[in-house]
Design a binder for this molecule. Sequence first.
Ligand SMILES: C[S@@+](CC[C@H](N)C(=O)[O-])C[C@H]1O[C@@H](n2cnc3c(N)ncnc32)[C@H](O)[C@@H]1O
Length: 276
Amino acid sequence: MSDHWLQAPPADSGESLSKIDTSVAHIARVYDYWLGGKDNFAPDRAAAEAAMREDPNVVEGVRGNRAFLARAVRYLAGEAGIRQFLDIGTGIPAADNTHEVAQDVAPECRVVYVDNDPIVLAHARALLTTGSEGATAYLDEDLRNVPEIVAAAAGTLDLTQPVAVMLIGILHCIPDEDDPAGIVKQLMDAVPAGSYLAISHPANDINNPGIRKLASKLNELMPMKLRFRSRAQVAAFFDGLELVEPGLVRAPEWRPDAGTDLANPAALWGGVARKN
Ligand SMILES: C[S@@+](CC[C@H](N)C(=O)[O-])C[C@H]1O[C@@H](n2cnc3c(N)ncnc32)[C@H](O)[C@@H]1O
């Protein structure tokens, strides 16, 4: 078992915190700022504010992303009957984390979180709380290291049974040179038929005048370069899988709970698909 693997909360998060470079903005902390969190530093806040000036819809949009995450998990644990989740690109804990939504539907749900940001690791304690029937675990790993992720996830998940692979707001952090489609395929090859893939991804082809300016502003201010993609590019991540209704749509339009979801301006593609 890798030393990056946490089955239990870290006794002291000081070591992981010391790895955080607070001199430059990081997507997890910029996103935390947009969601109203407190786990961010001056460069994160400056980048987040600059992006908000380029695209005034961004804060509403990230809320729309979190709402999509919750609806997708509710669908997966509910209608689809999934009991195991592999959530990669966890983010700093916010409202309605995957294990909370899933275990609210079915307390026996088992959830493995994966992220490569030390500040998310420092919050693993909050992510690892679970009822006695279910389980949560946290893995400090990079999405590009699929074999390591799969090997470690097998410590908590039974990979002979269906798993929902959650890639919510993370694939835009993987440039084309790192073959995001190949990464998704490797992950889905590691889980059995009956498994699901959920993706949300910032769009470059949804009519929102601010979105291109937002992407270039963030890429100016963050070492990590983001790649927003078209519907066709995001659809390609689902190759070989069967999209469930309503298919790949603007994330707020995916099984909306209410008119408030539909009114959300998020320029994000969202979809959930089944491996048959
Ligand atoms: C925009 S946040 C999304 C958080 C959450 N999934 C959500 O939708 O609310 C992206 C997260 O992906 C993580 N991330 C980015 N690139 C990653 C990589 N290559 N491997 C693992 N995690 C990564 C970041 O640290 C951050 O926590």
